[in-house]
Design a protein around this ligand. Structure first.
Ligand SMILES: [Zn+2]
Ligand SMILES: [Zn+2]
Length: 343
């Protein structure tokens, strides 16, 4: 697999290799201990188990260990409840029925309380941590839906924040990598209504061309590709979404029957222009499947497409009022002559 665009390390695995070990990735060995802790109890009273000889540890013990270091560093109070210290995101995220036992470097930890020194200590002393992100009370990326901004992101203080989520679709699982400090949290729950809505629409309409106009990291476009749509165009104005859509085509290439994905722009080049209005081609693959990834304003993408797509998926950040949905549909009809599907 390609090296990680963010850190250059081995963060990216193919979907098939990640899925093949999933059933045992977070399960305990017979010696593992796992006692669920009271999340309202103060950080200071919680003891934790050391890592088991199998190299895994129960998530609550990892969390208690993290809390004790944060209290020692003075970034939280010793009487702060355990649940208040931050948000744990496992890698890969998937709809897991039991509490996970974490192998090394399988946890991205987000917290508004951490500073650089504490993050580095957590990274060194808590083996399960893959990255520590300082979070803030806003959604990272182009979260207002306006290309004028503001564009805000979280800050990765230690490690590499690239992690994957695995979503179930009616056509099989898909693996979606994302740099977590730059994109919103979307944890798989096992039954994603947007994917189910899209699957119903694909069956009804049987489109041969699809545009995923605000594609994020490619969830719905890749679902359409897996359904068998021959030509899928992915577009997002936010560089992290566009780049990772291309990367996720590559990650899922064996399920999609792709031999290669060609990138025309690299991560560090794109980072210098994080928001693009004018559509720029980022990646493509064209054997018998025609998949392209663009970074730009979807209103302007029509000029770059050969004809109106049979189905255009528009998944805006804020659906807000019913009036907004009608407005998006009317606007798209006026621009392209086609119908917009809002999942
Ligand atoms: Zn990385
Ligand atoms: Zn064990």
């Amino acid at each position: 697999m390609n090296s990680c665009p963010v850190c250059g390390g081995p963060c990216i695995e193919s979907a098939s290799s990640l899925i093949s070990v999933l059933s045992s990735r977070f399960s305990p060995c017979p010696r593992c201990k796992g006692i669920i802790k009271d999340k309202d109890s103060p950080v200071s009273i919680n003891r934790w188990e050391e890592v088991c000889t199998c190299n895994k540890r129960f998530i609550d013990d990892v969390f208690a260990h993290i809390g004790s270091i944060m209290a020692e560093e003075g970034v939280i109070s010793p009487i702060a409840p355990l649940k208040s210290i931050g948000t744990p995101l496992i890698h890969p995220g998937y709809s897991i029925k039991t509490h996970p036992f974490l192998p090394p470097r399988s946890l991205v930890f987000l917290s508004p309380h951490v500073d650089k020194k504490t993050a580095e200590r957590l990274q060194n002393e808590v083996i399960e941590i893959k990255a520590v992100i300082k979070s803030s009370p806003f959604t990272p990326g182009l979260s207002t839906g306006s290309l004028k901004g503001p564009v805000r992101t979280y800050k990765t203080l230690s490690g590499c924040d690239v992690r994957a989520d695995i979503f179930e679709t009616p056509y099989g699982p898909i693996v979606l990598y994302k740099p977590q400090s730059l994109l919103h949290i979307e944890f798989p729950r096992g039954n994603d209504p947007k994917i189910a809505n899209l699957a119903g629409t694909l069956s009804r309409k049987q489109p041969s061309t699809v545009l995923d106009a605000c594609c994020g990291v490619g969830t719905l476009g890749i679902t359409a590709a897996l359904f068998g749509v021959k030509k899928v165009t992915f577009n997002d104005a936010w560089f992290a979404s566009a780049y990772f859509s291309g990367l996720n085509l590559l990650v899922n290439s064996s399920a999609l029957g792709l031999e290669s994905v060609t990138f025309t722009r690299d991560w560090h080049q794109m980072k210098k222009h994080p928001v693009s209005r004018r559509p720029l081609c980022v990646a493509y693959c064209g054997e018998d499947r025609d998949f392209q990834v663009w970074q730009g304003d979807y209103h302007e993408i029509v000029a770059h497409l050969k004809g109106t797509p049979d189905l255009t998926i528009i998944d805006p950040f804020q659906k807000g009022s019913p009036g907004l949905v009608t407005h998006i549909k009317d606007e798209w009809r006026a621009i392209s002559g086609g119908e917009a599907f809002i999942p």
